[in-house]
Structure formats: structure tokens, C-alpha cells
Design a protein around this ligand. Structure first.
Ligand code: C5P
Length: 278
């Protein structure tokens, strides 16, 4: 049981680059170790479909992370185009609503049929860069603009602990109603989403952060105020919280030796993830 799960297939490396040269460089370094890559705004805006095709030609899968959020017709057409380009996972923002997500699902189904393989369509719930306080300020503190700008709250303004997990669950429900394949959420919400909507409803978890001690032990490094990611977990914590995939960017791409960084993460996963639960 312990070795039956191949975690390398469940780690998606975020290629946040502005050209194909660093992409090739990283893929060369991770050859035989990483098989799933994420193309986001920076790479797709810089290189377009060439970036997706380049990765696919190397036999790897692509999560096209363009977080569509627009009127249903526009999103429908964008998802069809993403399918044609070769994406294996496509995403939208759940806050676009059920009509938009249903249009995305229809497009993904049609694209899957055209491509002869299943393309997952998933929805971003609450960005992992947002804290409870951020969510409060964006969605709930709208009564008194002046106070919000001064960082004070109104009658709702005391940061509601757990507000992000409640909102993530609500948005996951809208994605489930729209028949999407799953959601992007933080590891903190993944287990509850799975319990509520079933194990087949996929969770993809970014916000992966590690701190490696002198004994090479990987521990959590939450509460780093310098970091843009706020709701973070280690890879092992995220898999133990039932994530189907984790997304790792700078922990690998910013490492002096990306292959070594990935090997250390995989070793930690092997030692600390309870595969009985997966
Ligand atoms: O470098 P880091 O590991 O923080 O990168 C995380 C990647 O996951 C980035 O490419 C970011 O755009 C993406 N992402 C995220 N949160 C989401 C969806 C995608 O951090 N909710």
C-alpha cells in the first residue's frame, strides 16, 4: 500500500517564466522526476500555445492556469480553445457563478470528446494568497470605505476566524452544482471539501511552503509576512489533507538545485504521508 501511490505524478510544477528557455532548462533538470507542469499568466502571455505544446511534446501533462472569469459565452469559447491547445486541466473562478461554470463544463466536455481524452475543468475557490483578514476586507467590509482604507473594521470588521474556509466550501458547492471535476483550494480546506462533496471531487492545492531544518526535516513555515502566499502547508500536510494534486512553484524553480529540492520533498512525502487514507 505504502508505495502504490506515485506522488511524482501528483506534483504540478508551476512554470512562472517569461520564455521557453528557462522552461526547457527546468524540464531538462527535472526529466524523469516531474510529469505535470502548470502554465500560468506569465508564460502563456509571453509564449502562448507554444509553451503548452513544448511541454506536451516532452510527454508531460499541462494544467493551464488562466483562471477564466467572464460572461458564460466568453468562458465557454476560452475553455474550448484551451482544450484545443492541449491542456489537461483548465480552471475558472468559482465566483463567476454557476451559469459561467456550467458553460465551462459544457466546453470542457466537448473539448474532451474532440481530443479523445478527459480534460478536467476545475474552479478556483479562494486564492491561497488571501488571509481571513483579506477576505473580510474584500467581501464584507464594504459599509465604511474610509475605515477599511485605514485598516479598521466596521461592525463586521473584526476578522472572522475561518472565514476563508467557509467561503471556499461555499464556492466549492457552486462548482459541484455546476458539475465541475473539482476545485483549487488551500490544504486547509481540502479535507472538508472532500468530506462534503465526495472523494471523486478533486482538490488541487497551491500555497505549498517548506522549511528545511539542519536534519533535513521539512516543517511548516506558515506566518511568513514577507510571503505572498498566506494559507500554506507543506507537501506532506497537503496530501494528508486529501489533496489530489499539489502545485509547487518557487520552492522548486527558485532552488539552487531543483532536482534535489524535488527529491527532498518526495522523500518527505514518502515518510510522512499516510497512503492508507489516499
Ligand atoms: O511559487 P508558488 O509555489 O507560490 O506558486 C504557486 C502557483 O500556483 C502560482 O503559479 C500561482 O499563480 C498558482 N496559484 C495559486 N493559488 C491559486 C491558484 C493558482 O497560488 N488559488
Amino acid at each position: 500500500m505504502k508505495n502504490s501511490v506515485n506522488f511524482n505524478d501528483k506534483i504540478i510544477i508551476a512554470l512562472d517564466y517569461d520564455g521557453l528557455k528557462p522552461v526547457k532548462n527546468l524540464l531538462d533538470k527535472l526529466e524523469g522526476r516531474a510529469f505535470f507542469y502548470k502554465v500560468g499568466f506569465e508564460l502563456f502571455t509571453s509564449c502562448g500555445e507554444k509553451s503548452v505544446k513544448f511541454i506536451k511534446e516532452r510527454g508531460c501533462k499541462v494544467f493551464l492556469d488562466l483562471k477564466y472569469h467572464d460572461i458564460p459565452n466568453t468562458v465557454y469559447k476560452a475553455v474550448k480553445a484551451a482544450g484545443r491547445v492541449g491542456a489537461d486541466i483548465i480552471n475558472v473562478h468559482a465566483s463567476g457563478g454557476t451559469e459561467m461554470m456550467s458553460a465551462a463544463k459544457k466546453a470542457a466536455d466537448e473539448a474532451s470528446e474532440d481530443a479523445g481524452r478527459h480534460i478536467d475543468i476545475i474552479a478556483v475557490t479562494v486564492l491561497t494568497s488571501l488571509s481571513d483578514g483579506d477576505i473580510n476586507r474584500i467581501f464584507y467590509d464594504y459599509n465604511d470605505y474610509e475605515e477599511v482604507m485605514q485598516g479598521k473594521g466596521n461592525e463586521y470588521g473584526v476578522c472572522k476566524e475561518g472565514i476563508s474556509s467557509g467561503l471556499a466550501l461555499h464556492l466549492a458547492r457552486l462548482a459541484k452544482i455546476s458539475k465541475l471535476d473539482g476545485v483549487v483550494c488551500s490544504g486547509r480546506e481540502s479535507i472538508n471539501i472532500k468530506k462534503t462533496f465526495g472523494n471523486d471531487f478533486k482538490t488541487v492545492t497551491p500555497g505549498i511552503r517548506t522549511k528545511t531544518g539542519s536534519d533535513n526535516k521539512i516543517t511548516n513555515c506558515a506566518n511568513n509576512s514577507e510571503d505572498d502566499q498566506k494559507r500554506v502547508m507543506t507537501p506532506s500536510e497537503a496530501f494528508n489533507a486529501a489533496a489530489d494534486y499539489i502545485v509547487i512553484g518557487r520552492e522548486i524553480t527558485g532552488a539552487a538545485d531543483p532536482a534535489d529540492a524535488l527529491d527532498k520533498i518526495c522523500a518527505d512525502i514518502k515518510n510522512n504521508v499516510n497512503t492508507q487514507k489516499i
